[in-house]
Design a protein around this ligand. Structure first.
Ligand SMILES: Cc1ncc(COP(=O)(O)O)c(C=O)c1O
Length: 289
């Protein structure tokens, strides 16, 4: 079952006009919320980011936070599996094709929930490979826009090299990856680019930062130059589906010792414990570290 404009219905019956601006212009924004044992993880933060994306592209948020929650819980309850990835998007709606905003269009809201696919245990244990590429996307990467052709092309580079991600550099500096944020570890310090218009403010990024702070792990936000990434002791990517994953080969060259490092192992453990805590609490409310 999926959700379309207030109704839960079989996917075959969910129909959107070909004039929807999501289809014509990629004019919309989205979220993906991981759900563990039917408990959404960091839902409040995802809804806040949705609100920020919507206001950045000037689409009216059609629902209150309470309505979003209710619709999301209802959708979760219709699925036969416990661990889910709830995807939802809001577009500017259906209108005659014209770049300028339509006067009276109603936003289109679509949601679906699929089984959550986290990295397999072997990949967590051994680490993954990645390639790098120049970050040639637009300058509003902080908006979670459904216009993802830039990210799609970049991700395809690593897919064709059997890699898990494409790590991006803009003007010689690390930004993020095609569908995740990036951290490095150098001499025991966890480092990541600061938030800004060049990266998506990841919900998982925030969890990593909170866990590092709560556990006294040194952390620094700064501009990170390409050679510092290639020469790092550890390289991680983070996202709602990948959680935290070690990259041990970049462009065919080893990162650090070529295996997931000790700081990664600790963070991975902390992340799993935190997830468990949220699940055990069993509440569908915001949980903090
Ligand atoms: C470009 C990009 N950066 C970062 C992320 C990680 O965000 P989150 O941790 O909220 O899943 C994503 C997630 O899809 C992404 O597409």
């Amino acid at each position: 079952m999926v959700f379309l404009n207030g109704r839960i219905l079989p996917i075959e019956d969910a129909k959107v006009s070909v004039l929807d601006r999501g289809f014509i212009f990629g004019d919309g924004v989205y979220e993906l919320v991981p759900v563990y044992s039917r408990v959404p993880f960091r839902l409040e933060e995802h809804l806040l980011r949705l609100e920020r994306s919507l206001s950045a592209v000037r689409i009216r948020n059609p629902y209150s936070p309470a309505q979003w929650r209710e619709f999301i819980y209802r959708l979760i309850d219709t699925q036969p599996f416990d661990d889910q990835g709830v995807y939802f998007q809001v577009t500017r709606g259906v209108a005659k094709r014209d770049h300028a905003f339509p006067k009276n269009a109603e936003p289109t809201v679509f949601m679906m929930s699929n089984p959550l696919v986290n990295p397999p245990g072997e990949q967590v244990e051994k680490g993954a490979s990645a390639v790098s590429a120049p970050d040639n996307r637009w300058l509003r990467c902080d908006i979670k826009s459904i216009s993802l052709v830039g990210n799609v092309l970049l991700r395809q580079l690593s897919a064709e090299a059997d890699g898990a991600e494409t790590i991006l550099f803009r003007d010689g500096k690390l930004t993020e990856a095609s569908a995740s944020n990036v951290f490095i570890v150098r001499r025991g310090v966890i480092e990541s680019p600061p938030k800004g218009n060049l990266i998506l403010p990841g919900i998982t990024y925030d969890v990593i930062v909170e866990l590092a702070r709560a556990n006294g792990m040194p952390l620094e936000f700064r501009e990170i130059h390409e050679p510092e990434v290639r020469g790092a002791d550890e390289l991680w990517v983070t996202s709602s589906s990948k959680e935290v994953l070690a990259i041990v080969m970049l462009d065919g060259k080893r990162i650090g010792a070529g295996q997931p490092g000790p700081v990664f192992r600790r963070m991975y453990q902390l992340y799993q414990e935190f997830k468990l805590k949220v699940m055990r609490a069993g509440k569908r409310e915001a949980a903090s570290v």
